[in-house]
Design a protein around this ligand. Sequence first.
Ligand code: G3H
Ligand code: 13P
Ligand code: NA
Ligand code: ZN
Length: 328
Amino acid sequence: ALVSLRQLLDHAAEHDYGLAAFNVNNMEQVHAIMQAADEVNSPVILQGSAGARKYAGEAFLRHLVLAAIETYPHIPVVMHQDHGQSPAVCIQAIRSGFSSVMMDGSLMEDAKTPSTYQYNVDVTRKIVEIAHAIGVSVEGELGVLGSLETGLAGEEDGSGAVGVLNHDQMLTDPEEAADFVRRTGVDALAIAIGTSHGAYKFSKPPTGKTLAISRIKEIHARIPNTHLVMHGSSSVPQEWLQIINEFGGDMGETYGVPVEEIVEGIKHGVRKINIDTDLRMAYTGSIRKFFTEKRKEFDPRKFLSASTVAMRAICKERYEAFGSAGQA
Ligand code: G3H
Ligand code: 13P
Ligand code: NA
Ligand code: ZN
């Protein structure tokens, strides 16, 4: 059944678990996420970015999610617009039946220039007024996502860096978060706590202090009734990195956010964990391997099935680690 983000995250908060929010662009990704959820009985958040809308087309994206809901009627599913860059994108999503939208006012509509605080408050409050009138949830974002290691922010839309920031700009301020929530009424808030989008988050193996856990605690203490969202939460599986490179790919050395640190974040109020890159890597690695090993095959269903199996395994691991398994 289609549920709102608020309903699902309230349940997660009550029962101390977190929900992976996977980005979807096509049928195989939706299959993988839903098959794994069905296997371990987990609720699901399916989210589409502006890029996904552009790639699949709005109707295809929406109907993929509706097909998932029809196929698995016993699983609660949120249909979420990821990184709505303008009120117009959010309103389009609301009109077409999404049960949740992210109004990302942390950047201007070009998705590159950091916005002013007042702009963010104004656009987000506007969307909350419209969405809440019809039971749709809203996620806001405060602070610019970026790697604490490099000081590089960007790729909010996958189109490149927005610039180099100092340490302070890269962590959401707890007082500002409290003010933002009071002024906007958002259901969930994406916070900047050291993660960045894409595969290239950290150049060195994790030391156990990838995330600013103390900052998560401070923010959660100030806004205990607002669900915290962590973007850029891919773990960048080293096994898939190796497979990609072993079978003709060329990805550089890179590391993501360790699952154990995400689990620590969930203990302190993180409820929605955005993951795109991990599934992209499993998708690509499995197909590269298939093409090398099964050179006589030319039926796309064969290699796409291999990719579905690969992505499904990651989804299942995340549902289990984040504690959403058994909660549907
Ligand atoms: O927030 C970024 C997500 O990974 C979506 O990426 O804009 O390339 O679809 P995309
Ligand atoms: P990753 O690039 O770490 O998978 O993050 C995805 C994301 O935050 C989508 O909004
Ligand atoms: Na989002
Ligand atoms: Zn994101």
